[in-house]
Design a protein around this ligand. Structure first.
Ligand code: GLA
Length: 372
């Protein structure tokens, strides 16, 4: 792919919440995220040389060139941009020198996929510049390139859910993703929040994590899942069932695997509940997912647990942490008239512990990444 016209484009890519199916993507499992109204915007302008500038409303500007991208010497937040240019260059795209301007409404590192939104905005912008199709196949390709940017360039061993959610999101729809095969299979699932008088509250705990950190949490969970699959003699935990768990003698590996096996089953039930609008059942599945992530997968934290408990105490249908964990955000599914009480109860619980007030957002399933 090479540049024709235009020479400047703007792309918008949303963040996401994951309704259910956590830490399943890299285990060849299933998940059901949806794109949210918070989004990242990238304007890409073609240069006549190999220069590359990246200006963000969140950080110091970065100046370099495509040679830095190729040499893989770009670090920090600009590496998410460089990684996408690198990955699409590897796929044979003619990447020009660019001036890139970025702005975002997604809290950074808060579990709402600020990184994936940045990658996808740059990828869709570049697709616009080179005239690459933005149909379903084109979007699957971009999602894979963005995932590679994150795993191979940035060094965060993530699983691909976030990029697919950002690229395939649709208004009033969640995206069911099945990672069982060599490429992910997706379909949209209606999430009739407004017509059912329901609200999804996102609570940002303010506790920050980085999936690329050497602190081990995310990478360690992934390694434990792989070790559990190896101990069972299977390619991935997708192939495991509940009976297999008794064959795992290491209690930690057994607990990690139990989360993945039960979570994959919960996704199937949750999609059935969504399609039949059985909201009480969906809420119970969300809360069961949280308990599993807290007790078996051990990726929650006190701030997430307190938010979930406070929501349930005031009558929410269900609540859970969303995303990788170790901080970030919780989501609550509640009747719309309960939503103010949910926010108030979480605020009060935080204040009682002397924690800084969390931030709440009400989100609806929103459009996927697009050119403006
Ligand atoms: C992060 C990763 C995803 C996924 C989730 C956990 O968001 O980027 O790939 O593994 O954590 O479900």
């Amino acid at each position: 792919m090479s540049i024709s016209t235009p020479t400047s484009v703007t792309a918008v890519a949303p963040g996401r919440v994951n309704l259910i199916g956590e830490h399943t993507d890299y285990n060849h499992g299933r998940c059901v995220p949806f794109a949210i109204p918070l989004a990242t915007t990238a304007t890409l302008t073609v240069r006549t040389d190999r220069g590359l500038t990246i200006v963000s409303d969140r950080a110091e500007p970065w100046t370099g060139s495509l040679d830095d991208v190729d040499a893989r010497t770009v670090t920090g937040w600009p590496s998410y941009v460089a990684g996408v240019l690198w990955a699409l260059g590897q796929d044979g795209w003619q990447v020009p020198g660019l001036d890139i301007t970025i702005s975002s409404t997604i809290p950074l590192g808060g579990g709402l996929s600020s990184s994936a939104a940045l990658e996808c905005a740059v990828a869709v912008g570049l697709a616009g510049l080179v005239g690459a199709p933005l149909d379903h196949a084109g979007r699957l390709h971009l999602a894979e390139a963005c995932r590679r940017a994150e795993t191979a360039y940035v060094g965060a061993p993530t699983g691909g859910m976030d990029q697919l959610a950002s690229l395939l999101g649709a208004v009033d729809q969640a995206v069911l993703i099945d990672f069982a095969g060599p490429s992910p299979v997706t379909r949209t699932v209606p999430v009739a929040l407004a017509t059912s008088n329901l609200t999804v509250v996102v609570t940002d705990t303010g506790v920050r994590h980085s999936l690329a950190d050497g602190d081990g949490g995310y990478a360690e969970r992934r390694a434990q899942c792989e070790a559990a699959a190896a101990a069972l003699g299977i390619a991935s935990l997708r192939a495991a069932d509940v009976e297999d768990l008794t064959r795992l003698t290491d209690p930690t590996l057994r607990a990690r695997a139990r989360h993945v096996v039960t979570e994959n089953a919960r996704v199937v039930e949750a999609v059935g509940a969504l399609e039949a609008e059985r909201w009480t059942e969906l809420g119970s599945l969300l809360s069961a997912s949280h308990a599993s992530l807290r007790d078996d997968f051990a990726v929650s934290c006190a701030e997430l647990d307190v938010a979930v408990a406070a929501s349930l105490d005031v009558g929410a249908l269900g609540a859970r942490m969303t995303g990788g964990g170790f901080g970030g955000c919780a989501i609550t599914l509640a009747k719309s008239e309960i939503a103010p009480r949910v926010r108030g109860a979480i605020d009060a619980a935080y204040a009682a512990r002397g924690w800084p007030p969390p931030r709440h957002h009400e989100v609806v399933p929103s459009a996927g990444a697009h050119l403006t």
